[in-house]
Design a protein around this ligand. Structure first.
Ligand code: GTP
Ligand code: MG
Length: 575
């Protein structure tokens, strides 16, 4: 995953051409270097372009990406290093165990190195020369993992050696830096692409995510040899922001695939197993022991919480070395399939990811989403809403899930727990959209569309790409794409939905106002996307709300008047 810069860089001029409005050049010159520096950074790490629709790089299937990354992670080690280290000597030392494909350093309460060997055997060779530490008063639990601690026998002489390792950042830019970048952008389209570029997972961060899953798999394998720990959710669906959690699931189905199930004559062998009353209890028991294992023996796993009574039981913990907040579940193949579907949608058109990132950031800036579970809308729901909106454009930017199902062949067939999760996985069989709308227009129309959506009676359904009558009374109904009787936003309260609607209307209004004022833009005011992300926007609005009639009503009237005047204008022009 990690749709990287190559696609974006090649698509930028096109995007800019499409954009109706170019911002004055002075905006670009007012902070020289920042945009260029950001682009330069992008160029450095644009080695793998897995998504992005306007580049000509063949797009890899989700399963191929997963397989490659997993295999890469198994050849990789994580090393906690002394702060002063000579990169050259470090690499020379490790090369004794085999050639190194790739490495990078990062900081997270200390200096860490991620080193990818060319061969898996090199990892075993390194483990063979590694000792378990003797800790004086405390005792160490011996565990031969791929997470090491490097010590220097004699500290480097700081004067004679100037060790400098370049660290790759694992965090998104500060709000100040982001506003600078956004205000220096050329157009609203450029702003959306800048936000995507700055917030998307980097190549290194993606590697670290797969490596973390692989390290957890080593621990879980103590109980379940041959198990697989797979990442899912925003770490792999191409919509992950730097700093997002790491969702992973323990896949025990793979173990079955190793058996050949040979029935010879009248005999059939089965394992003796313990039976429990339900699948849920089996899940709870498995997660309970893996949770214990992580807590007691998992190097770097801290704050382990077993949340086994949740609808979807999980073990939550922090992986200290990578800094990831991890959620481990089991039996979650449908969620993995949802991740694959979102990955496909994200790769079909380069506007999808830019729009989703902006909407996610906008929602976060106005506290519509939260990292704490509650009545808020989730990033997953927001992504599905953007997909639905893009299916509703004319011509559509994204195909419906039912259409993707009609393109599927026998290999794509997928039934999970009785749910038909089939859709085409070969990008070449999907025709690109003929829709050339700008991101600026789409952003504005997204807010207008959902600012006026009949949430009280309609449900959002990406399978059919059209509104449907709500089957139940939850304020917000978004059909689960695969478990179609479920609502993915059942938790959202009426007041949270109202807050979303109000903010959507207000944001549409701000963008429309900007359209009017664009002949006399001020260089000192945040504009476009930057204006929408400012908390003061919401504050100003709530102040206005108190003074006048409800903002929703006010903005709705305004929007209607804008709409009717634009219809009048276009009729007049046509006439
Ligand atoms: P972040 O907020 O960046 O973590 O986004 P995310 O997409 O990873 O969301 P989250 O961590 O909440 O959930 C991980 C994955 O679980 C999602 O991508 C979905 O595939 C799945 N998921 C989340 N919520 C639901 C839900 O309500 N129903 C179903 N069926 N799947 C869900
Ligand atoms: Mg997540």
């Amino acid at each position: 995953m990690a749709a990287r810069g190559l696609g974006l860089l090649t698509s930028l001029p096109l995007r800019a051409r499409r954009s109706q409005v170019q911002r004055p050049l002075c905006r670009l010159l007012s902070c020289p270097g920042t945009v260029a520096a950001a682009l330069g950074r992008e160029e450095q790490s644009s080695g793998s372009a897995e998504t992005g629709s306007e580049d000509r790089t063949p797009k890899k299937r989700f399963s191929e990406v997963q397989k490659e990354r997993r295999e890469q992670a198994q050849r990789t080690v994580l090393i906690h290093c002394p702060n002063k280290i000579s990169e050259k000597k470090f690499l020379k030392y490790l090369s004794q165990h085999g050639s190194i494909n790739n490495h990078f350093f990062y900081e997270s309460f200390g200096l860490y190195a991620v080193v990818e060997f060319s061969q898996k055997e090199s990892v075993a060779s390194l483990q063979n020369v590694t000792r378990t530490p003797s800790l004086g008063t405390e005792a160490a639990i011996p565990f031969r993992s791929r997470y090491f601690n490097l010590k220097l026998k004699t500290p480097l002489n700081q004067t004679s050696e100037q060790p400098s390792v370049q660290c790759r950042t694992q965090s998104s830019p500060s709000s100040k830096k982001l506003f600078e970048l956004l205000c220096c952008a050329e157009s609203v389209d450029d702003q959306l692409n800048t936000l995507l570029r700055e917030f998307q997972l980097t190549e290194e961060n993606t590697k670290l995510r797969y490596l973390t899953c692989s390290l957890i798999e080593d621990v879980a394998a103590a109980y379940f040899p041959d198990c697989t720990v797979r990442p899912f959710g925003s770490s792999v669906n191409s919509f992950g922001k730097l700093g997002c959690d790491l969702d992973m699931f323990l896949d025990l189905d793979e173990i079955e695939k190793f058996s050949t199930h040979k029935a010879s004559g009248n005999f059939l062998m089965e394992f003796q197993v313990k039976n429990v009353p339900s699948e849920r209890i089996a899940t709870q028991k498995i997660l309970s022991v893996v949770g214990e294992c992580l807590d007691h023996f998992g190097p770097g796993c801290v704050g382990v919480q077993k949340i086994l009574n949740a609808r979807c039981p999980l073990v939550r913990f922090s992986h200290q070395a990578s800094g990831f907040q991890c959620d481990l579940t089991t039996n979650n193949r449908i969620a993995l399939k949802s991740s694959e579907l979102l990955y496909m949608y994200g790769a079909l058109d380069s506007r999808v990811r830019a729009l989703v990132f902006s909407i996610r950031c906008w929602a976060r800036a106005h506290s519509l989403t939260s990292s704490i579970p509650g009545a808020w809308i989730t990033n997953f729901s927001l992504t599905v809403m953007v997909i639905f909106f893009l299916q509703r454009r004319s011509p559509p930017i994204l195909p419906t899930l039912d259409y993707l199902k009609t393109l599927a062949d026998a290999e794509d067939k997928c039934i999970i727990e009785g749910h038909n999760c089939t859709f085409v996985r070969d990008f070449n069989r999907i025709k690109p959209s003929g829709n050339a709308e700008t991101l600026e227009l789409l952003l504005k129309e997204f807010f207008e569309y959902f600012g006026n959506f009949a949430f009280n009676k309609n449900s959002i359904n990406i399978r059919q790409g059209r509104e449907q009558n709500k089957p139940e009374s939850s304020p917000l109904h978004i059909q689960n794409p695969f478990e179609t009787s479920l609502n993915i936003s059942k938790n959202v309260s009426q007041s949270q939905l109202q807050k979303f609607v109000d903010l959507a209307r207000e944001s549409a209004w701000i963008l429309h106002q900007e359209d009017k004022d664009r002949l006399s833009p001020s260089n000192h005011q945040p504009w476009g996307l930057a204006a929408l992300l400012l908390p003061s926007v919401a504050n100003n609005m709530s102040l206005a709300k108190k003074k006048k009639k409800p903002a929703s009503e006010r903005i709705k009237n305004l929007l209607e008047s804008i709409k009717s005047s634009s219809t009048e204008n276009s009729t007049a022009t046509n006439g």
